[in-house]
Design a protein around this ligand. Structure first.
Ligand SMILES: [Fe+2]
Ligand SMILES: [Fe+2]
Length: 289
């Protein structure tokens, strides 16, 4: 795999305690008061706790090997990666518990658990490759949330804080699984094969889970719902226009997540939300290589 991208990296990360309280719940249509936009992101939330535990396990599996190679920076990044994903899991579990209490079925959670059970037959490197793919999706979505004000400006304030925090941290740690995969000499062939498969799986899962929720609400067959979906995907700043080039970039030879340098977006988030979180670990920094 191409190593010239090793000069590209995050400008540091920390694990944060986010100062929000959703123990009393939140309005279901918290995103722009819009059924489609809210339930699509609620569907993603149902995927996070199970998926993120898998990511933590698959990257941590190599923590000792990375340290043994003498890459103390990556070993440190793995610790922060695991810490960030653990806090995401914790908050999204609270989030999801509220949705379940409101009567929504977390179909996708069970579907993911079944797939993860199947991966016990996979090698640790294949599990890491799967994580690299998912981390690219979360990085793409995170970048979109940080970049396009229209994606988040209609959110209820607490939910906006949660989603932008998650978006910023997914950007901060977007290369950790990738760099670990590369350090373990993982090849691009395996990565690309999983990428195509998982892209399809991710789309299907998000569609089915959001459909289940919209059907429960009696919103699925409403023209308003699909008008919103069209605008969200194909409108100005539509998610499709944002996602397509980043999705394709992964397939280019020599790809590295930091070839798309969005550190300025993360820095803007840190400045805007400095009072919304408490760092739990010292902020790591990296000087340009
Ligand atoms: Fe996460
Ligand atoms: Fe992540």
């Amino acid at each position: 795999m191409n190593t010239t991208a090793s000069a590209l990296h995050t400008d540091g990360m920390t694990v944060r305690h986010l100062d929000v309280d959703i123990s009393q719940g939140f309005p279901i249509y918290w995103n722009n008061n819009d059924a489609y936009r809210s339930q699509l992101l609620n569907a993603l939330s149902f995927m996070f706790p199970v998926g993120e535990q898998f990511f933590i396990d698959s990257v941590r599996h190599y923590a000792q090997d990375v340290a043994a190679q003498g890459d103390t920076q990556l070993a440190q990044d793995i610790k922060h990666f695991a810490g960030q994903e653990a806090t995401h899991r914790h908050l999204h579990q609270q989030y999801n518990d509220f949705l379940v209490a409101k009567g929504y079925t977390p179909w996708v959670e069970e579907a993911l658990k079944r797939v993860i059970r199947l991966t016990r037959f996979f090698s640790p490197l294949s599990k890491l490759a799967i994580t690299v793919c998912y981390e690219h999706f979360t990085a793409i979505l995170g970048d979109g949330l940080l970049r396009h004000p229209s994606w988040s400006e209609g959110m209820a304030p607490t939910m906006r804080t949660i989603w932008l925090w998650h978006a910023a941290e997914e950007s901060e740690h977007k290369a950790v699984a990738f760099d670990t995969y590369r350090a373990m000499h993982g090849g691009y062939g395996r990565l690309r094969a999983f990428y195509l498969l998982i892209s399809l799986e991710f789309l299907v899962y998000a569609f089915v889970q959001s459909t289940i929720m919209l059907l429960k609400d009696g919103q699925f067959f409403k023209r308003q719902t699909w008008g919103s979906a069209l605008r969200f995907w194909l409108g100005r700043e539509g998610i499709l226009w944002h996602t397509a080039p980043h999705w394709l970039a992964f397939l280019k030879p020599g790809f590295h997540p930091w070839q798309h340098d969005n550190r300025a977006l993360v820095a803007r988030w840190r400045a805007e939300f400095a009072n919304a979180y408490r760092p739990l670990t010292p902020q790591t920094t990296r000087s340009p290589a």
